[in-house]
Ligand binder design. Structure first.
Ligand code: ADP
Ligand code: 5GP
Length: 210
């Protein structure tokens, strides 16, 4: 039986290493399709439009919402972020595992719409290390970092909604662990009900002597 693609939602505190992990996961394994989100935040140094994000104005973003062009969207630290619908639907139909790297409000909406989605929450090994990573990235002001840490305190309250936590200490170990979690998740009975029902029916036919 060929497994069909699943929707994988990856969330985690700002600076936990989600972007770094996704990049490495995609380099190492070619079975994943990463959704590129739309945002109204300013590009960081080194980010390009269409690669890390589609960078748009508030008006363009609101137009996309009106057109029902987003699977979900949320406001995070004063900016809009959202998942374009077309790409996700196309890749799932092709049988690919599609990754959405999104924050918690969006993750909860996706879980409501797609109950079979796999929700993973990336955590740093400690809060000291989180701060070191946020400061070390050097892309936000101290004020924005404080806002993001404040948001992390709120996000920490909802971690139980996720299926697994992923602790990003050693990057390579973490990438492999994440890949293994995804592989194992494909074989959860609830994600294979068609296959199971077919086998049940075949067994019934067999016992009827057909
Ligand atoms: P996020 O996408 O979760 O906000 P990033 O991927 O931008 O986080 O990572 C934040 C910073 O931490 C970056 O400077 C990145 O190079 C660094 N980083 C990520 N993962 C690790 C790791 N396993 N060990 C050490 N530094 C890391
Ligand atoms: P950053 O500005 O650090 O790139 O992202 C800020 C937060 O927005 C992160 O938690 C990231 O996962 C989240 N995010 C990125 N894209 C989306 C999206 O399409 N939808 C939602 N809900 N959150 C997103």
């Amino acid at each position: 039986m060929k497994n069909s693609g699943i929707l994988i939602v990856v969330s985690g505190f700002s600076g936990a290493g989600k972007g770094t992990l996704m990049k490495r996961l995609l380099e190492k394994y070619d079975t994943y399709s990463l959704s590129i989100s739309m945002t109204t935040r300013e590009p960081r140094l080194g980010e390009t439009d269409g690669k890390e994000y589609f960078f748009v104005t508030k008006e363009q973003f609101e137009q996309k919402i009106t057109e029902n062009g987003l699977v979900e969207h949320a406001v995070y630290c004063d900016n809009y972020y959202g998942t374009p619908r077309n790409y996700v639907e196309e890749q799932l139909i092709k049988g690919k595992d599609v990754i959405l790297e999104i924050e918690i409000q969006g993750a909860l909406k996706v879980k409501e719409m797609f109950p079979d989605a796999l929700l993973l929450f990336v955590m740093p090994p400690s809060i000291e290390e989180l701060r070191r990573r946020l400061n070390g990235r050097g892309t936000e002001t101290e004020e924005v970092i404080e806002k993001r840490l404040q948001r992390a305190t709120e996000e920490a309250e909802d971690i139980e909604a996720y299926e697994y936590i992923v602790i990003n200490d050693d990057l390579e170990v973490c990438v492999d662990e994440m890949h293994q979690m995804i592989l194992a998740s494909h074989n959860v009975p609830a994600r294979n009900m068609k296959f199971i029902e077919n086998m049940r029916n075949d067994l019934k036919d067999l016992s009827k002597g057909e």
